[in-house]
Structure formats: C-alpha cells, structure tokens
Design a protein around this ligand. Structure first.
Ligand SMILES: *[C@@H]1O[C@H](CO)[C@@H](O)[C@H](O)[C@H]1NC(C)=O
Ligand SMILES: *[C@@H]1O[C@H](CO)[C@@H](O)[C@H](O)[C@H]1NC(C)=O
Ligand SMILES: *[C@@H]1O[C@H](CO)[C@@H](O)[C@H](O)[C@H]1NC(C)=O
Ligand SMILES: *[C@@H]1O[C@H](CO)[C@@H](O)[C@H](O)[C@H]1NC(C)=O
Length: 297
C-alpha cells in the first residue's frame, strides 16, 4: 500500500510539470452507527417501512405496500468476529457496552430496554453520541446485520444536531443503512425500546424495531436468518473532552429477552469499557429478566 501511495505521489509530481491533475472524486462520507460510510449507502426510509432481504436484493417497502427502493445485498459476507464490529477500544466507535451471544439456540423472540434521555452535554463540539440496544444474527453463519432503535445526540447522516433524537436503524453488513425519520426527544423522556419477532418460516424472519411510545420510529425487517445476539451500547464520535458527554450515568433498565421457543435464557452479560475515555459500563442486575446496566461518563 505504501509503495502504491508513493508511486501516486511520484506520478502526481511528474504530472504537475505538464498538466493540472484532476482530483479523483472524493466519495462523501456521513456518520452512521457503523462509523463514517458513503452517503449513497444511507437510505432514509418512511416511518413504518418494511425492509425485506430476499435473495440477493433488499427491498424497501413503504407502509402502503409499494416497493420504493431496491438495493443489492450481494456485499453481504458473514464475518468470523463474535460480535458485529468486534470490540475495538478506540476513541471513535463503540465505547462501552454489554452483549450476549446465543449461537445455535432458539431465535430471539423479544428484546427490550428502557432508559431516560440524558441531559444535554455541557459542551457541544459537533460530537455524536449513540445509545441503543440492538440485535444481530449469528455472525459466523449469517449475513451480518443489526436492528437497533437508536438515541442520538449530535449530527448523523439522518440529521441531528445539538439535541437528542430517536430513530430505528437496520444496518446491513456495514454496507447499507436504512433509517426512519429522526424524532426529537427531550432530556428526561423515558424511552422504551423494543425489538420483536412477529413471524417466521424456515427462510424468513420478521422483526420490528421501535420506541414503543413513538410510532414514527417503527421499522420492520425480513431477514433470512434469525437474530440470536443482543447488545446495549454507547458509541461516540468526535468527543473532545469529558464535558462532551452528558453528566452522570445512563441506566438501561427493564432489560428483557425471550426466545422463540418460549424460554428465557440464563444469561451473563459480557461488558467492555474504553479505558482511555474513562467511560465504563457495569451490569447491575444480570440475566434476561428485568436486567440493569449502567454507563458512567
Ligand atoms: C469528526 O471526525 C471525523 C473523522 O475523524 C472528521 O472527518 C470530522 O470532520 C469530525 N467532525 C467534527 C465536527 O469535528
Ligand atoms: C413477513 O412480513 C411480510 C410483510 O408483512 C409478510 O408478507 C410475510 O408473510 C411475513 N413472513 C412471515 C414468515 O411471517
Ligand atoms: C468496566 O469498568 C468498571 C468500572 O471500573 C468495572 O467495574 C468493570 O469491571 C469494567 N469492565 C471490564 C470488562 O473491564
Ligand atoms: C424491575 O426491577 C426494578 C428495580 O430494579 C423494580 O422496581 C421493578 O418492580 C422490577 N420490575 C419487574 C417487572 O420485576
């Protein structure tokens, strides 16, 4: 890579003697819960849309049943990582989180969490904070994706700024992004986030994601393999100091998980901290019934 880059620099130098170099078009990147991604890959979809991954295509179907967009799904590749975007302890991205993997067990039937919208951070420097629960399929055998009802502060590809706002995202393979319109929420508002299996066959699993008190955040998906892993996470970008985070803590409570066979799994959450940031997560009440996880900023 380095020699290739050097060659380009050299070539650029030579060309500059003879002609103006036309710069290659730079693909505009925008922020998503999977980091900075090409703007053309982020699809804002109407509330109540249904995203159906069938065969090699992903269809966006609006609430009236019309196919409003078709995107190729051929980029999908399973990854060997145990968790989508495996813990990378760095300043940008997943900062503190808890997760549970369920390879080979029954599909997730429901997963929910409740938390209050934090106070606004004391300082605003264009930072972005994402707080969410999410569900993913078995990473080693299925197309990589995550369905996530997301609370954000700061800018994102879907809008946003110096305020808190919510939307449901379906992120396919870190490649294609489907997001409902942002709904602004006030600090202190209680958010009940729910992901629910609404129907399944051998080759199709229907899930919904929403903040249940905010109907405009509802998104339905059809995916070829069931969701089996869960996460609660804090992600952040462009943080310049501790005061860019909200003061205090965010408590995810009422964390509840059930499986399609009717069981409630006996789970132990695995947590990850970003030690550089000093932001950390603690599981206060373990398990799949009325669990609690606290993120301290
Ligand atoms: C945030 O970070 C990205 C990547 O490092 C950078 O391109 C962008 O300009 C930054 N945005 C702000 C508002 O600082
Ligand atoms: C999934 O949802 C779609 C749209 O509502 C429906 O047509 C399909 O029958 C559902 N599939 C299953 C397996 O429930
Ligand atoms: C994260 O930090 C908290 C507070 O220091 C600690 O209790 C917890 O064990 C840490 N988790 C991990 C996985 O290191
Ligand atoms: C869940 O736990 C909280 C305290 O952690 C308690 O107040 C509440 O009653 C519990 N809810 C259920 C349904 O058990």
């Amino acid at each position: 890579m380095r020699s290739f880059t050097s060659a380009l620099v050299l070539l650029g130098g030579l060309l500059s003697f003879t002609q103006a170099v036309v710069p290659a078009p730079v693909e505009e990147k925008v922020l998503t819960p999977a980091g900075y991604r090409p703007k053309t890959k982020v699809h804002s979809v109407p509330a109540g849309s249904h995203i159906a991954h069938i065969g090699t295509d992903i269809h966006v179907i609006d609430a009236a049943g019309a196919v409003v967009r078709v995107v190729s799904a051929v980029t999908s590749t399973p990854t060997a990582a145990p968790v989508r975007r495996a813990p990378v302890l760095e300043e940008q991205g997943y900062i503190a989180f808890a997760f549970w993997l369920n390879p080979g067990l029954s599909p997730i039937a429901s997963y929910q969490a409740t938390w209050a919208v934090p106070p606004a951070p004391e300082t605003y420097n264009g930072q972005t904070i994402y707080l969410f629960p999410g569900i993913s399929p078995n990473q080693t055998s299925s197309p990589n994706s995550i369905l996530q009802p997301v609370l954000q502060y700061g800018p994102s590809s879907t809008g946003g700024g110096e305020f808190w706002a919510i939307a449901s995202w379906f992120v396919f393979g870190n490649e294609e992004f489907f997001v409902t319109p942002l709904v602004e929420v006030n600090s202190g508002a209680v958010l009940n986030a729910a992901m629910t299996l609404t129907g399944s066959s051998d080759s199709a699993y229907n899930y919904t994601s929403s903040f249940t008190d905010f109907p405009g955040t509802s998104l339905a998906v059809t995916i070829p393999a069931p969701y089996t892993s869960v996460i609660e996470a804090l992600e952040s970008y462009n943080i310049t100091g501790r005061s860019d985070y909200p003061a205090g803590t965010t408590v995810f409570s009422n964390i509840a998980l059930t499986l399609a066979d009717g069981s409630t799994p006996d789970i132990a959450w695995i947590t990850q901290n970003d030690t550089q940031d000093g932001v950390f997560s603690i599981v206060n009440v373990d398990g799949a019934v009325n669990g609690t996880m606290t993120i301290t900023y």
